[in-house]
Structure formats: C-alpha cells, structure tokens
Design a protein around this ligand. Sequence first.
Ligand code: ZN
Length: 348
Amino acid sequence: MSQAKPLIIDVHGHYTTAPAALGAWRDLQIAALKDPSQKPDPKALKISDDELRESIEKNQLKLMKERGSDLTIFSPRASFMAHHIGDFETSSTWAAICNELCYRVSQLFPDHFIGAAMLPQSPGVDPKTCIPELEKCVKEYGFVGINLNPDPSGGHWNSPPLTDRHWYPIYEKMVEYDIPAMVHVSTSCNSCFHTTGSHYLNADTTAFMQCLQGDLFKDFPTLKFLIPHGGGAVPYHWGRFRGLAQEMKKPLLDEHLLNNIFFDTCVYHQPGIDLLTKVIPVKNILFASEMIGAVRGIDPQTGYYYDDTKRYVNATANLTDEERYAVFEGNARRVFSRLDSALKAKGL
Ligand SMILES: [Zn+2]
C-alpha cells in the first residue's frame, strides 16, 4: 500500500443495474400482497452469471476503470429496499434475493466488488429479526458492512431514534463482527419528500442529530456509522451542531461522535468536497461515489459526470498526498476492518 498510488476504494455502491428479471419478480411479490395465492417462488427468479456479468461490465465496472477506482463496497439498490412494503416476510425474502445477487457479483469480480448487506427491516418489527440475514451475509458471503435504514416506514419516521435500545440487537451484532453500518434510507412514500433529493439528505442529517442528542457511543464505544451523501446538511452546518452540543452539555463533537461517525464523499460538485474536507477531520472522510446512482448526468459546467467524485477529491487543495491516501484507502480499511482483512489475505 504505497502512498504514491493508493488503492481507490469506493465505499458506497449499489446494484442499480441488476437485470430486469429482478424488478419483474419484485412486482409479482408486491402484486401478491393482495392475493397471497399468487406469491412468487424465489426459485422462479433465474438470472445467469452471464447476465450478471453483462450488467456489471457495461456499467459500474466500465466506469470504475474509466475513472480509476479499484474496489467498490457493493450493496443492493437502496431505493429498491422499500422496507415499508408488505411485512417482515416480504422484506426477508426480498433482502435474501438482493443480497445473494450482490454476493454473486462479488464472486464473479472478486478484485472489484465486495458486499454490504441490506437488512430485512419492516416497520414496527423488532430489528433483532434482521440478525439471521446479517449473520449469513457476513459469515457465508464475506460481506464487510450493512446498510441500516433508520426509517423503514419510508418517510413517516415512526421508529425510535437510532440511539434507542430498540436498535441495540443490531448494534450488538455489528460490534461482535466489527462491521460498520451505512445509515441509508430507501424510497420515500411520503410525497413531501423526494427520495434522493430530500429524504436521503434529511435522513443523513437526522441520523447525525439523533446521535448528537444521545449517548449511544458510551454504550458501544466501537460502533461505527457511515453517514452517506457527504453527511447531508451536517458539514455545511457544523457550527450549528457544535453549538447545539455545547448547549446540551455534550462533550466536544470530536470526542462525542467522531470516533464513531464517518462521512462519505458523495457530494457532486467541487465546492461541496472543498467544504467537506475543510470542516470534517480527514480521518472521518471515506471516498465514495454512489455510482451508478441518483445523479447520472454530466455537469455542463465541467463536462464531467456529477458523480465522478474522485476528480473532486484529487482536485481539492485541502488534502496532502498522505491525507488523500487516507480518504481513498486508509480510512476505508480502518472503518471496514473485514475489508482490510480480505485485502491482506490477497497480499494487498
Ligand atoms: Zn446509496
């Protein structure tokens, strides 16, 4: 791991380009909620290795090669998780299918993809029901993280805050396995909130504030949360959060939250990355692009894809080469310790 040429690890990628048969199976599953006799068999979903290969080679892998990133932590499509649909059994079947596909991609392209799990969350259902799927993904599939939805209702926010004991069964397992959770909501079914334009960013900001108000990391000193999409509004309003913590007699944020909370670089313009890297300590920033994701176009101001975030990290004047290495590789290996172990096993 030379600092001159870091491994470029993208900690936030989803399987947004899965073959159409996956979506068609999901449509049948949703339709059968009205008529359980029509419930589709997971075995009826047939996707060949060639179809998986094609869906990756023409999309994520092509762009990774063009942009110069090496490895993506790969989880099921976030907006498709839709935990609000159906009941636990619906989510459980769906999560198992989606996770297995990401596992198969990681087996077909072991140098370029490693999995992170979607959990079979369901509104009002005890999160401990997610443990068997989590265990399978870590122990059998070699996944290195999970995505935790703080709002399985899809925009109505009727679960307790992330600091509540409600979530502790998942945290206990995360600590046992030393895996981080990316705090990631799914589709909004509240028409006030656009899924990727507001619900995602609201959730990022909300998750941070919930942690600020609580004392979760006193109970779990090694628990790690990755807040995606550059941390929502958090870095931009860092002074507000510092001031609120002060009024609540909380410790300084460095001590209160920054041993446990990390931010990715899914901010789609240079001034955003400049601000992130100026405000948030470098040790808390992990490279990511969420590619191919919500914003797929080309920025007419630059001529480059908005989500080509490596370009902004390279261009920012705020980072030394050593710090850039930390953002691209070092921090990901520290936060995703199972990824580090997997890389070391390959001599990387
Ligand atoms: Zn995402």
